[in-house]
Ligand binder design. Structure first.
Ligand code: GAL
Length: 829
């Protein structure tokens, strides 16, 4: 049997009113396709702190219609006095209301109907037809309510109201966003069905010949009578049936039952980072030969361990984890998730050679995990940034006692089938690591985690449990200090994970014999894309020493893009990678961070509003060090030379080059050799000091005397024209898909002007809209939601979203005194 009706493509065919399925699939597929439909469209939204009562909200007229996911904070103005603080991106929270009216077909009167929220930031409270469903304080957790008992069926409408309260600030160390910022789903099933997150698929034995696949399926019977049913689990590979197992059950009235099944897959096609092969399990429940429920779970077959000597072993092969930490915001789109925007981030990271993602410091949108499954990333799925001790005044620490158990269980149940997840992290830099409660809570969380998933190791992103004085580095393990870090000493962890202190990693085996290591968070280097005020004669303006003040920085809150600047607790990019690279027993690292994110603009405060840590800026433009990693982490042949070639005459400029697959690089200035350079052992770049003269800088990499690559950087003239380049010029007409369009400011001859900061105005015709503008400048206070933006160092990004009609979108960019540019984006079915 093949799954003929693609589940996701069917979603677009489904109209919510009546939840009627259009199309001509047979009954089996109908149960399958009808199960989960998007509930994102046509909501009304009202932002108003003064309305605090559900009963008066209905009388308000100030509603605005929108589709979810939605983040209202990103629409606001940056404000120095924002209670969220610069940590929160100087944007505002507040409290917001969402409502939606909808009809449910009378045919569904005997069904179980549930609503699932993938994440609402924060303190959601929900009513359906006046019936209170409940509250969830945690903004990142997915949750579901059954609503069938409170619904009207047929012609009479229903109303859902969601209150979101993000008014108490600060409650986050980074930009959280506010609102129903993830997807919402309506699920309709028979009263006999696979329960919420009801499948658990593990592969306890994997060899090249055979994989044993275990299924634990939680079946829920909401009928008032017991039911005899047949449970069939079928494994598909690329829509082709592989094998299936069947079991007869009798399930009591109003009861849940967990069914255990086992199947064997011959010659399994293993999931790996390079080839992330997925299988699909389809669970079918049949009663009297009629399929009453179908439930789909993607999974992967892979074998892995963390080894004390060899690090991370995947399918028998050592794999170094070359990971990055990511916060959940999507730059100009804020925290409103969009699958294509996440996919683009992952594509850019994959291109750099990244193979791991840490979901710092909370459960991510499910779409991120689906993409990591499909694209091949090694995910560390993290639960919490704090336990009961707060990091900010109104954060989740206040909800800890009541909610942590439920939130952790929900994360585990939701996420445990994802083949991309290889580790659970029970917390980041938890303050209780320094008191006795750290051990108690770590053990409690580890026990819960093991109860729901024994297949993955548990770690925590601790502060260094080793004794280290940065000025006078003491690298060795200090028993007293380890005992003092109560999480490290608790025995709860399977992997010792800690953030920073890269100087101590080499001593790990001595410090923690018999337990593997992961660098849960590293580096925290800082750069402004395209800014290079660190040439030889004014080197390193921003302090690289930990004991100098942040405020002694560069003008305009810039940070040099040479890899020389780091937070006091971190390192340059090169320093940490050199150590991780050297030792097999170091499984790998997650760099802080892959992309810049909104908020936490270390080293600066206001007027900076977004971070400097990213290897890629907020707009998605790589900073130079991206290519250092690319030269180390990929097989691509790389030659990247920087900075630009627009300086004052006679100024001495540091030229850096990252290269690979070559044994030397020669630099030419206006055709004249400025010397050859070769990396010595341990070097990750080469450099020259060159007095500037306008013209052309050319680098040539060679292997055995033969040219491998050539790169030219030309002195640019004045800004003269704009150029638009779309990452995809054909997108889907589904009101969701995005085209990311880069604007380059060029001189007359077409050379990028590296310091151009013109204001650019955008206009769009056709059935679509501009949903974000961003230059990657951490100091910009222009709205990400406007239709104009000031470029940073020659570049700007505009994000175009399709409507629901196919056709042509025409995007035009204009700037005073410059030749405008237009690009066409086609939208299709
Ligand atoms: C770490 C923390 C991260 C981020 C980072 C900045 O200590 O875990 O969330 O704040 O510092 O360097």
């Amino acid at each position: 049997m093949k799954i003929k009706c693609n589940y996701l493509s069917r979603l677009s065919l489904l109209m919510l009113a009546g939840i009627i399925l259009f199309g001509s699939c047979n009954k089996k597929e109908e149960a399958f396709s009808n199960r989960k439909v998007s509930f994102n469209s046509d909501w009304s939204f009202h932002l108003n702190d003064s309305i605090i009562d559900k009963d008066t909200i209905g009388t308000s007229t100030k509603w605005r219609t929108l589709d979810l996911p939605h983040d209202w904070s990103i629409e606001g103005k940056f404000d120095e006095k924002s209670p969220a603080g610069y940590g929160g991106g100087s944007l505002t929270g507040g409290s917001g209301w969402y409502k939606k009216t909808f009809k449910i077909s009378s045919q569904d009167i005997n069904k179980t109907i549930s609503i699932t929220f993938d994440g609402v930031y924060r303190n959601s409270e929900i009513w359906v037809n006046g019936h209170y469903l409940g509250k969830r304080p945690n903004g990142y957790i997915s949750f579901q309510y059954e609503i069938s008992p409170y619904l009207n069926y047929g012609e009479k409408s229903n109303e859902i109201i969601v209150k979101v309260d993000n008014s108490k600030q600060p409650n986050s160390r980074w930009y959280s966003g506010s609102g129903i910022f993830r997807n919402v789903w309506l699920e309709t099933t028979d009263k006999l069905h696979v329960a919420k997150w009801g499948t658990y698929i593990t592969t306890p034995k994997v060899t090249a010949e055979k994989a044993s696949v275990n299924f634990e399926t939680n079946i829920q019977n909401q009928y008032a009578a017991s039911k005899k049913a047949v449970i069939t689990t079928t494994i598909f590979k690329d829509e082709t049936k592989v094998t299936s197992v069947t079991q007869n059950i009798t399930i009591g009235a109003n009861a849940n039952q967990t069914i255990k099944q086992n199947a064997e897959v011959e010659s399994p096609i293993l999931w790996s980072v390079e080839k992330p092969e997925l299988y699909t399990a389809v669970t079918e429940i049949s009663v009297d030969d009629k399929i009453v429920d179908q439930y789909k779970t993607n999974f992967g077959i892979r074998d892995f361990k963390f080894d004390v000597n060899k690090g991370f072993i995947l399918n028998g092969k050592q794999v170094k984890i070359k990971g990055v930490c990511m916060h959940h915001d999507l730059g100009a789109l804020g925290s409103a998730i969009n699958t294509r925007a996440i996919e683009r981030q992952l594509e850019i990271l994959k291109e750099m050679g990244v193979n791991g993602i840490r979901t710092s410091h909370n459960p991510p949108a499910p779409e991120l995990l689906d993409l990591c499954d499909k694209m091949g990333f090694i995910v560390m799925d993290e639960a919490f940034d704090m336990w009961e001790k707060n990091k900010t005044k109104y954060d989740y620490g206040n909800d800890w006692d009541k909610w942590h158990k439920q939130d952790l269980i929900d994360q585990l149940l939701r996420d445990r089938n994802h083949p991309s997840i290889f580790m659970w992290s029970i917390g980041n830099e938890i303050p209780q690591q320094w008191d006795e409660s750290g051990a108690v809570i770590a053990k409690e969380l580890a026990a819960i985690t093991r109860q729901y998933d024994k297949t993955r190791p548990i770690t925590a992103a601790m502060n260094p449990p080793v004794n280290m004085n940065i000025d006078n580095v003491t690298l060795q393990f200090d028993k007293a200090k380890v005992q003092y870090n109560t999480i490290a000493a608790s025995g709860a962890l399977d992997i010792i994970g800690y953030n920073y202190a890269h100087q101590t990693y080499e001593y790990h085996q001595k410090n923690f014999p018999g337990i593997p290591f992961i660098a849960t968070e590293t580096t925290s280097a800082l750069e402004t894309r395209g800014y290079y005020d660190a040439v030889s004669d004014s080197i390193k303006k921003w302090p690289v020493r930990w004991d100098l003040k942040f405020t002694e920085g560069n003008p305009g809150n810039t940070v040099s893009a040479y890899d020389q600047v780091q937070a006091p607790w971190g390192s340059t990019h090169e320093a940490t990678w050199k150590i991780i690279k050297k030792h097999d027993f170091l499984s790998g690292m997650y760099i802080w961070t892959g992309f810049d994110y909104i908020g936490e603009p270390t080293p600066y405060e206001w007027p900076s509003v977004s971070s400097y840590f990213g290897i890629v800026d907020l707009a998605g433009f790589p900073k130079d060090v991206y290519y250092m990693y690319q030269s180390e982490w990929t097989d691509k042949t790389v030659l990247h030379v920087y900075p630009h070639w627009n300086w004052k005459a006679g100024q001495t400029v540091d030229i850096w080059a990252y290269y690979n697959n070559a044994d030397e690089v020669e630099l030419f200035v206006n055709g004249k050799s400025a010397g050859k350079r070769s990396k010595k052992v341990d070097d990750l770049h080469v450099m020259w000091k060159i007095p500037f003269q306008p013209g052309t800088l050319k680098a040539v990499s060679r292997k055995n005397g033969k040219t491998v690559l050539e790169k030219e950087i030309k002195t640019a003239g004045n800004p003269s024209q704009l150029k638009l380049t779309a990452d995809r010029s054909t997108i889907k007409a589904d009101k969701n898909d995005l085209s990311f369009v880069t604007v380059d400011i060029l001189d007359e001859k077409g050379t990028l002007v590296p310091n151009a900061n013109n204001e650019i105005n955008f206009s769009l015709t056709g059935n679509g809209k501009i949903v974000g503008v961003c230059s990657g400048d951490p100091v910009s206070h222009e709205s990400y939601k406007g239709s104009k933006h000031t470029a940073l160092n020659g570049k700007c990004l505009v994000i175009v979203q399709s409507g629901d009609k196919t056709g042509r979108l025409e995007l035009t960019a204009k700037a005073n005194g410059l030749k405008p540019a237009t690009i066409v984006i086609t939208t299709e079915e």
